[in-house]
Write a new protein. Structure first.
Lengths: 191, 254
């Protein structure tokens, strides 16, 4: 089985190099955690995998025609927008099947009338469930309560069982330990 | 309509009252409602320039607004924070007013463009609106999902390889051309009132995007029909009557 994504001594950044060299392989059906201290460049690497940030050095190979779904830490700008949960899922082609009951029953409400945690999980679900070969998640447990984190962990395993590769950037050590098959720790260059 | 004289203006306005509130929902989604006012002023300047040059005003208006729409992304990249719209608006207004003040042939059209004299609309305007309305609605329907996706999930939009052209750039050109067409009949402020107020009210109340579109359409159509009858009855220019009605309704609801 060929890897979805392979990075060899990869250095990424925006205007200038901003990450230490990274070696990483993500296979189909695998959940890989990427951790490290603040500012080491984890989100920048995700952006480079998604084709947004620049690759300054090393190699980045992606499977041909790879469908990537990317969740960033940016909050979707839905305040004042008449957009309901069901319409949000339809935007990314995500299915509502498997949503926790506390969200499934609120799918017809406007997103700006949900609580912060409910809105975050629904916005995350729309990316998680989008048709994709590789899902990139940046701090997905932010704003989630314990029930949300538990549901997310179970769902990531379901997604991986279906053959999807998942790369998770997170500071939540307990979540990373429960959800990920293996963890890559990114150390700053001057450490 | 009791008189065929008013049937053509009524049908012309009706088509615009369908297009503008729906277009306005997507402009509001993208925080670009000021662009509507800019396109209208540029269209007015283009129409007057064309008239002075001996060309059909509608062609000049559409060409100027179309150019502004096509170049919007270039302007916006250099003039951030909505400054590009302000520059276009002020530039269009200055040129239009100066032409109207110095060219006798432009004065009458200038007044019509800024007053919003829908009752002067004839077969030419009606034909253009009849052709543009279904086409614009079809394009909006095709672009809708991707415009929403680009706003809510800009990173997902890019990572899926969805291109700014024709989705976002195409919408810019569509908005500019529809506003140019509307400015020729409803006037600058009449067109802006229909593009701004119905979506503003609909976004406050609607429970979903689909219902928001329906609300905006219903408010725009009701305001248009009422304003048409009121302006005719009171013998007043149509644009200000429409804008005033929408403002009063908006303030009552808000």
């Amino acid at each position: 089985m060929s890897a979805l994504l392979t990075a060899k001594a990869l250095v990424a950044g925006w205007q200038q190099p901003a990450t230490p060299p990274l070696d990483l392989v993500v296979q189909p059906g695998e959940i890989v955690g990427l951790t490290g201290p603040n500012g080491v460049g984890k989100s920048t690497l995700l952006a480079a995998f998604a084709g947004r940030a620049r690759v300054f050095d090393g190699q980045l190979e992606k499977q041909p025609n790879l469908r990537i779904a990317l969740q960033t830490q940016d909050v979707p700008p839905v305040a004042g927008l008449p957009l309901c949960g069901r319409e949000l899922l339809a935007l990314t082609g995500a299915s509502a099947a498997g949503l926790p009951p506390w969200l499934a029953e609120r799918l017809d409400l406007r997103l700006d009338r949900l609580s912060g945690g409910q809105r975050h999980y629904l916005a995350l679900w729309a990316i998680l469930q989008a048709p994709a070969d590789l899902v990139l998640l940046d701090e997905p447990t932010n704003n989630l309560d314990a029930a949300g984190v538990r549901h997310l962990t179970e769902h990531l395993h379901d997604r991986a069982r279906d053959g999807c590769g998942v790369l998770v950037v997170s500071h939540d050590a307990a979540f990373v330990a429960a959800a990920c098959d293996r963890v890559v720790v990114l150390e700053s260059a001057d450490a | 309509m009791p008189d065929d004289l008013f049937l053509m203006p009524f049908l012309t306005g009706l088509g615009l009252a369908i297009m503008l509130p729906l277009l306005g929902c997507y402009l509001r989604l993208r925080d670009e409602w000021l662009a509507a006012l800019a396109y209208s002023h540029v269209a007015a300047a283009g129409a007057l320039l064309a008239l002075v040059a001996g060309l059909p005003p509608a062609v000049g208006g559409a060409a100027a607004a179309g150019l502004a729409g096509a170049g919007k992304r270039v302007f916006a990249a250099r003039l951030t924070g909505g400054a590009s719209y302000a520059v276009l608006l002020l530039g269009g207004w200055s040129i239009a007013v100066l032409l109207a003040a110095n060219q006798p042939m432009a004065e009458r059209l200038g007044h019509a463009l800024f007053d919003g004299q829908l009752y002067f609309a004839g077969a030419g305007e009606l034909t253009l609106v009849a052709l543009a309305t279904p086409l614009a609605l079809l394009i909006l329907w095709r672009l809708s999902r991707h415009l929403l996706l680009a706003h809510v999930y800009p990173d997902f939009f890019r990572v899926r390889g969805l291109a700014a052209w024709p989705i976002q750039g195409g919408f810019d050109v569509l908005a500019a051309l529809v506003l140019a067409l509307a400015t020729m009949s409803l006037g600058v402020m009449g067109a802006f009132a229909l593009v701004f107020i119905p979506p503003w009210l609909a976004f406050r109340r609607a429970g979903s995007w689909q219902r928001g579109l329906a609300w905006a359409l219903a408010i725009g159509l009701a305001a248009f029909v009422f304003a048409f009858a009121m302006a005719l009855w009171l013998d007043q220019p149509f644009g200000p009557v429409l804008a005033l009605l929408l403002i009063i309704y908006g303030l009552l609801v808000a």
